[in-house]
Design a protein around this ligand. Structure first.
Ligand SMILES: *Cc1c(COP(=O)(O)O)cnc(C)c1O
Length: 477
């Protein structure tokens, strides 16, 4: 027998390992633990070096690996992170964070039965939308409203209800793609309607719409070009004009607002955008918008406007496939209630709190954190406080930036490789830190850092993850 084969014989059997770890079996179950033990033994068999360890060391090694693997699997992959990218509503990082009131409502809705579709007055069946429809109507002065899974679903359902197999003229300049997965032409195609492109990329006139309307036209659609803007020789048709044209032909006008805000953001020192109420006032029959963009709520899509159109939408069988769950409704209702008091909104709604955070406050935080971070990253990196511009994100107000401050991290060797390595290390922290790389530096924009103590608590661990410094001459001798 070769030395290698002899060595493989020293590997413990699956049963031998299982006898060693009753507490793991108790916690994770016999079947799961057995699978993990088999995998660990298999892996060891492939890497075992002759004479590397003795029998008891091998047993220890296997049980250690099994325990670590089981813990790791239990962690799941959806983790809380620090969004220090400088984009407040970051689609890849989950967009809006919910206020406490919404979290409590979610917990209660999730934990206990509720009157989700039950009318407590009559004792009969109720409608789930009713828990939020009244609030939406109150806040945007609409006749009726309904809620679906997201704004893409809101657009899809509206088109399918009002324009299946019929024509919908849309300005070429508004055929947007949002975040790669929402492309207006694709959604229109999926909804069963026929897209009729009118005008040109930069200029669309009322007469372009006029020319496109025929007996097969079902509605007019205007899309808020959330994430880009064309400058220069441009023209688009205002909602009021388009509404007049639509109504003259007895057609509804639907406006996809995208982010859709319920209050005038100008009042908070932010760039103003038309509110849902203003858009309805300008003549739109229906407006669709997202729940988790500027609104600051859970992921959902809201459709608000004329009663009879909302009724048709609610009667569409697709509505059942796109409906929201009770946790979403619970969260949305609480977020909407906060809008009843706009004076306190900036303190109570995390999205608005982040958007309106004063630069001086962010700067003071940066100055508090810089020395600790510098210490954790020394000597390979240096940290300075630098002014930066944050973005609102999620296609909302794309050209407007918000002045703030960031921790600017640079590598002592000034290399891009070192900066990429640092970014990777920050992502490996228990609560991963996601920054932004630009010009050979890594910027941690502090606008969204509300858990300062949790950030500080990780610095010791961060230090331990940094590669040991290259020994100095003195160290070698
Ligand atoms: C973001 C956006 C959408 C998609 O909304 P989701 O809630 O992400 O589905 C659709 N239309 C416009 C104009 C948008 O900005």
């Amino acid at each position: 027998m070769s030395i290698d084969k002899q060595h493989l014989r020293d590997l413990p059997s699956v049963d031998r390992v299982l006898r060693e770890i009753p507490q793991l079996i108790d916690r994770w179950g016999q079947e799961r633990v057995t699978v993990v033990v088999r995998a660990a033994l298999e892996q060891l068999r492939g890497t075992l070096q002759a004479g590397a360890c003795n029998k008891s060391e091998l047993l220890q090694q296997v049980t250690g690996q099994v325990s670590a693997r089981l813990e790791q699997d239990a962690q799941g992959s959806l983790l809380s992170v620090f969004n220090l990218t400088g984009t407040v509503l970051h689609t890849n990082l989950g967009r809006a964070s919910l206020p406490d009131a919404a979290l409590e409502a979610v917990l209660s809705a999730a934990r206990h039965p509720s009157n989700l579709e039950y009318d407590l007055h009559t004792g009969k069946r109720g409608a789930r939308d009713d828990h939020v429809a009244g609030l939406i109507c109150e806040l945007c002065d609409a006749d009726a409203a309904t809620v679906v899974n997201n704004n893409a679903a809101a657009v899809l359902l509206t088109l399918n209800t009002l324009a299946d197999k019929a024509e919908v003229p849309v300005s070429r300049g508004e055929l947007v793609e949002i975040g790669g997965s929402f492309r207006l032409p694709d959604i229109m195609h999926s909804s069963g309607c026929v897209l009729v492109e009118v005008g040109t990329t930069n200029r669309t006139h009322l007469k372009d719409y006029q020319g496109a309307i025929n007996a097969n036209t079902a509605m007019l659609l205007k899309v808020h070009t959330s994430n880009y803007r064309i400058h220069g020789f441009t023209h688009s048709v205002a909602a009021t004009e388009l509404a007049q044209l639509a109504h003259h032909h007895d057609l509804p006008l639907v406006i996809d607002l995208g982010s859709g805000n319920l209050v005038d953001l100008g009042g908070y020192g932010l760039p103003a955008e038309p509110t849902v109420k203003q858009t309805l006032d300008s003549g739109a029959d229906l407006v669709t918008f997202s729940g988790d963009k500027l609104l600051g709520g859970p992921q959902c899509g809201i459709i608000a406007g004329k009663q009879e159109l909302i009724t048709s939408i609610k009667n569409n069988p697709l509505k059942r496939a796109l409906r929201v769950d009770k946790m979403t409704l619970a969260a949305l209702a609480e977020v909407l209630k906060l809008y009843r008091n706009p004076d306190r909104l900036a303190q109570q709604l995390p999205t608005l709190a982040a958007l309106t955070r004063a630069p001086t406050v962010i700067r003071a935080q940066a100055e508090r954190l810089a020395p600790g971070l510098a210490q954790a990253l020394a000597p390979r990196y240096t940290v300075t406080v630098s002014a930066c511009q944050s973005q609102i994100g999620s296609g909302a107000l794309p050209l407007e930036t918000l002045p703030g401050y960031a921790l600017e991290i640079r590598a002592a060797d000034a290399s891009d490789a070192a900066i990429r390595e640092l970014a990777a290390t920050l992502r490996r922290l228990p609560t991963p830190v996601i920054g932004r790389i630009n010009n050979s530096a890594c910027y941690l924009d502090l606008r969204c850092l509300d858990r300062e103590q949790d950030f500080i608590a990780q610095l010791g661990y961060l230090r331990s993850l940094m590669a040991p410094p290259i020994p100095t001459q003195a160290g070698i001798s």
